[in-house]
Design a protein around this ligand. Structure first.
Ligand SMILES: [Zn+2]
Ligand SMILES: [Zn+2]
Ligand SMILES: [Zn+2]
Ligand SMILES: [Zn+2]
Length: 87
């Protein structure tokens, strides 16, 4: 079976998030996910897919790491603490 991302090399890993079969080059062995999921992963905890980004530090984060401050804006927990934002 070929890698589902590049379609060239042989797939040797399975992404634990999306289930794609991918080659070594398209797999992040530290996070255990494919390249596509790795780029969409929360930069703060690294465990879940990100849902948005912090309007202060710009890091992408998941629903556990971000606090929604308006319909379109999020602030991460670190920045919320730093700027003393009330939830
Ligand atoms: Zn590949
Ligand atoms: Zn994936
Ligand atoms: Zn997170
Ligand atoms: Zn932040």
């Amino acid at each position: 079976m070929k890698c589902e991302i590049c379609g060239e090399r042989e797939a040797v890993y399975t992404c634990r998030l999306c289930g794609r079969r991918v080659c070594g080059d398209d797999y992040d062995s530290v996070k255990g996910v494919c390249k596509v999921c790795s780029e969409a992963m929360c930069e703060i905890c690294g465990r879940q897919l990100a849902i948005g980004y912090c309007k202060y530090c710009g890091r992408i984060g998941c629903e556990d790491c971000l606090i929604q401050v308006s319909t379109v804006e999020y602030v991460c927990k670190d920045c919320a603490f730093k700027y003393r934002l009330k939830h």
